[in-house]
Design a binder for this molecule. Structure first.
Ligand code: ZN
Length: 350
C-alpha cells in the first residue's frame, strides 16, 4: 500500500535520528516544521472550493470599493429630509425609517454591488409568497380574456419622445432615492399582493401572454413596505447569528445586503420578482429557463424591462438579476430592451 506523505516523513525522521542521535533536537524541529507546512498546504488543498469562493468574494469587495469612490455617499442620500410620502390611503414617512437605516449602514462601499435579494455570498433570499396567474384569476376573478392578446410589438421606436418627469421613468437606485414628491396608489393584485395600481393591467396581460406561449410565470413580492424591509433585515441578523457569528459580525454582514429605504423600486410598487413554476429560486440560473428567456424577449411588449442586466453591473450597481422586472411603459421598455440599455443610461440620455 502506498504510504502517505506524513508516514514517509515520519520514517525519514526516525532514520535520521538513529543515524545521528546528537542532532535529535534539530531533526525534531526540522521535521516538525515540514509537517506543519504540509498540514497547512493540505488544508488549503482539500478546501480549494471554499477558499476560491472566499477569494472571489474578497476580490469582489476590492473591485466594488474602487467604484464606490466615484459614487455619492449613501448615508447622505438617505438621511435627506424627505417629506412623508403619500401611498394611497396610508402615509409612509421615509424620514423616520431613513434615520433608523443610517445606523445599519456601516460603510457605503460595502453596499455597492450588493444586491437586494441575495446575501454577500450569493445565496439567494427565500422567495416568500408567490402568485401564479391562476391564483390571481381565482382570487380577484379577473377575466383572462380581458387581458390576453394585448401584446405591443413596436417595430419602429426611433421617433419616440419621452418626458423625464413621467412617473413611469422615475429613476430609483442607491444614488437616487424616491423623490420627495413622488406619490402613487397601491392596487391589489391578489388579497395580499400589491403594486402600483396603474401597472396591474399590463402585468396581467404579460402573465396571460406568457401563458399563451406555454410559459407559467409566477410573481413574488412586488410591493414591499419599509416595515417588511426592517423585518427582513432583522431576520438576516438572526440567521447569521445562528451560524455562529457574533451580533456585531451578523449586523455588519446584514448591512451589506439591506435595501436602503427609499432606494428600492419595490417600495413604489413598480418592480417585481418573477419566476416560473418549474424554477422557483431567485438565482442567475433563471436566465437560462424558458421563462427567463421569454421575459427577456417579451417583457417590453407589456412595458417591463430587465432592470439589472448581465454586463451592466457597473452602471446599475446591482448584480445580474434575471428575475427582477421594472415597469417603465411599453415605449420606453422597447427602446431600453432593444438597445440593451439600463434605466440609468436611458434616463441619462433624455
Ligand atoms: Zn426584485
Amino acid at each position: 500500500m502506498e504510504r502517505t506523505f506524513q508516514e514517509k516523513i515520519h520514517i525519514l525522521e526516525k532514520q535520521h535520528i538513529q543515524k545521528h542521535p546528537y542532532f535529535k533536537l534539530f531533526y525534531k524541529i526540522w521535521y516538525g516544521f515540514v509537517k506543519i507546512i504540509y498540514t497547512i498546504w493540505k488544508y488549503f488543498y482539500d478546501n480549494t472550493k471554499r477558499f476560491a469562493s472566499i477569494g472571489a468574494v474578497l476580490l469582489f469587495f476590492c473591485v466594488s470599493s474602487s467604484f464606490a469612490s466615484v459614487s455619492l455617499p449613501l448615508g447622505e442620500e438617505v438621511s435627506a429630509d424627505l417629506e412623508p410620502m403619500d401611498v394611497g390611503d396610508s402615509i409612509v414617512d421615509y424620514t423616520e425609517e431613513a434615520g433608523q437605516y443610517d445606523d445599519y449602514i456601516l460603510d457605503d462601499s460595502d453596499v455597492e454591488y450588493m444586491d437586494d435579494e441575495m446575501d454577500a455570498l450569493g445565496n439567494e433570499e427565500e422567495v416568500g409568497a408567490t402568485y401564479s396567474l391562476d391564483d390571481i384569476l381565482q382570487e380577484l376573478k379577473y377575466d383572462l380574456e380581458d387581458h390576453a392578446g394585448k401584446r405591443n410589438v413596436i417595430e419602429d421606436y426611433s421617433d419616440f419622445k419621452f418626458d423625464k418627469n413621467d412617473w413611469r421613468l422615475v429613476l430609483i437606485n442607491k444614488q437616487h432615492a424616491i423623490p420627495e414628491d413622488y406619490t402613487f396608489s397601491l392596487g391589489y393584485i391578489t388579497d395580499s399582493m400589491q403594486c402600483d395600481e396603474r401597472i396591474i393591467d399590463d402585468l396581467l396581460s404579460m402573465l396571460a401572454g406568457a401563458r399563451q406561449d406555454g410559459v407559467n410565470l409566477i410573481v413574488c413580492s412586488p410591493y414591499r413596505d419599509t416595515e417588511r424591509q426592517i423585518m427582513l433585515f432583522n431576520r438576516k441578523i438572526t440567521a447569521y447569528m445562528s451560524r455562529g457569528m457574533s451580533y456585531l459580525e451578523a449586523y455588519r454582514k446584514a448591512s451589506l445586503t439591506v435595501t436602503v429605504p427609499g432606494a428600492s423600486e419595490h417600495q413604489v410598487g413598480l418592480a417585481m420578482d418573477i419566476i416560473t413554476d418549474t424554477y422557483t429560486s431567485l438565482d442567475t440560473g433563471f436566465a437560462d429557463t424558458i421563462a427567463g428567456k421569454w421575459l427577456k424577449e417579451h417583457s417590453c411588449e407589456y412595458g417591463f424591462i430587465l432592470r439589472y442586466p448581465l454586463g451592466k453591473e457597473y452602471v446599475t450597481g446591482i448584480q445580474f438579476e434575471p428575475w427582477h422586472f421594472r415597469y417603465v411603459g411599453v415605449e420606453a421598455a422597447t427602446v431600453i430592451m432593444k438597445n440593451d440599455l439600463t434605466l440609468e443610461e436611458f434616463v441619462d440620455g433624455l
